[in-house]
Unconditional design. Structure first.
Length: 354
């Protein structure tokens, strides 16, 4: 599996974690189910933020809607209450309801009192439209697929044309699932910031690599109609307000690559921290939390920006070829990156002969 650093391109300056993945954040796991049959190229990607019962022991969470052209579910309550109580599922636009049902059933299996003697559960599902490379009207994603993606979650994860990323397109190239991470130090303690993206955005021809080159996919320059979902995970001690500010900086990582958040693009960032858990049934009236000083938060801002930028590039370089609905395809960024040195070498040889 190719990643952007294999091509001597290093986004940003902060050091990555050991896997350079969202799963560098302790306890975070990712799983995929990929559906590829005929004109169907879609799937489900599950982010399991922590082991155990999330409904009973929630995570502090926040949302940043950069451009709200999207059909996700659960984000309103996350923004209001600042908590995450289910795994996060990513899928295609028409699979959101099915995945939400799967998350509800998954939570009820752990807590049969949900919706009866205790509150209902807030399933979080985010989406991008894969209708160019997949027959989205097939409604192919099932609840079983969603539950299987959760069960498949682990610390080692695939990228590119897998899971929800199977039919995605980025800047005219094949897109998909990508991830990256950054180390953040506070008072001698090591923390992690991880990003996972479902990358399906950007106008063809607008991509700008960190080294300044502008890859050309040689496809029609259509209006921006894609989307990107960014999931940020960290173990930093932050409250919801700080986490919301951190999520906002993921937008800088998207913009660095040439995006301008077009009218038809849904650009959404969902963040959570594994610090500062929120009990479903608190035993006291007052809860104590840890939070970093705002005077030190620039480190987290930069980490979110850099991890998002690199995750997008990893989604593109890890992507494999997909032939979709009506024979539609999109070129691979890795082919452009590999062909360029060959062309430069040929040119140099020709000049030397002269």
């Amino acid at each position: 599996m190719a990643r952007i650093r294999h091509f001597a391109i290093t986004p940003g300056t902060m050091p990555p974690g050991p896997r350079n993945a969202i799963t560098d954040v302790p306890g975070v796991q990712v799983g995929h189910v990929t559906l590829s049959s005929g004109e169907v190229n879609t799937g489900v990607t599950a982010i399991v933020p922590q082991p155990g019962d999330l409904f009973q022991n929630k995570l502090t969470a926040a949302v940043e809607v950069i451009n709200g052209f999207g059909k996700s579910t659960g984000l309103v309550q996350v923004a209001e209450l600042g908590s995450l109580e289910t795994p996060i599922l990513l899928t295609n636009t028409f699979g959101v309801g099915t995945c939400a049902n799967a998350l509800i059933r998954h939570a009820i299996a752990q807590n049969p009192a949900i919706g009866r003697s205790v509150s209902t559960v807030n399933p979080v599902v985010c989406e991008c439209n894969d209708g160019v490379l997949s027959d989205i009207q097939a409604m192919a994603v099932t609840e079983a697929d969603a539950l299987q993606a959760i069960e498949a979650a682990g610390s080692e994860m695939a990228e590119g044309s897998v899971g929800a990323g199977r039919g995605m397109i980025t800047f005219g190239f094949k897109g998909g699932i990508g991830t990256a991470s950054r180390r953040v130090s506070l008072q001698g303690r090591k923390h992690m910031m991880g990003a996972l993206v479902l990358s399906n955005f950007g106008k063809a021809g607008d991509l700008v690599l960190p080294d300044g080159r502008r890859p050309d996919p040689r496809v029609p320059r259509e209006a921006e109609k894609g989307s990107i979902i960014v999931v940020l995970a960290t173990d930093l001690p932050v409250d919801q307000r700080q986490l919301s500010r951190i999520c906002r900086r993921a937008g800088a990582g998207i913009a660095r690559l040439g995006a301008y958040y077009g009218h038809g693009s849904g650009d959404i960032v969902l963040g959570f921290t594994t610090c500062n858990r929120i009990p479903q049934q608190p035993e006291t009236d007052v809860q104590t939390i840890e939070r970093m000083s705002d005077n030190r938060i620039d480190r987290a801002f930069r980490a979110a920006c850099e991890a998002t930028e690199e995750a997008i590039l990893n989604a593109m370089t890890a992507a494999t070829a997909v032939q979709g609905r009506g024979g539609a395809t999109r070129p691979l960024l890795v082919d452009w990156l590999r062909e360029l040195p060959d062309k430069q070498a040929s040119t140099a040889k020709g000049e030397n002969k002269k």
